[in-house]
Design a protein around this ligand. Structure first.
Ligand code: ZN
Length: 74
């Protein structure tokens, strides 16, 4: 998926940044614990279509340490 396009996308719920999971083909909002599917390179930004991440998956963010700024509190 195009990086510029990805940078423009925000979570429809919290307006937060999304993280693209290449392996699963999903855009993840760790704040809400939602994973939005990407179909044929088109992100489906609908809460009804989003998958709920489980607690372990949410923790994976810190484990894989992508070096993102911590802006959760804002
Ligand atoms: Zn969100």
């Amino acid at each position: 998926m195009d990086k510029q396009m990805l940078a423009m996308l925000v979570c429809p719920h919290c307006q937060g940044k999304l993280k693209y999971d290449r392996e699963r083909g999903e855009l993840k909002c760790y704040f809400d614990g939602l994973a939005y599917p990407v179909e044929d390179e088109i992100p489906v930004m609908l809460a009804e279509q989003a998958r709920r991440m489980d607690a372990d998956e949410k923790l994976a963010k810190t484990r894989s340490g992508a070096g993102e700024a911590r802006d959760d509190a804002t």
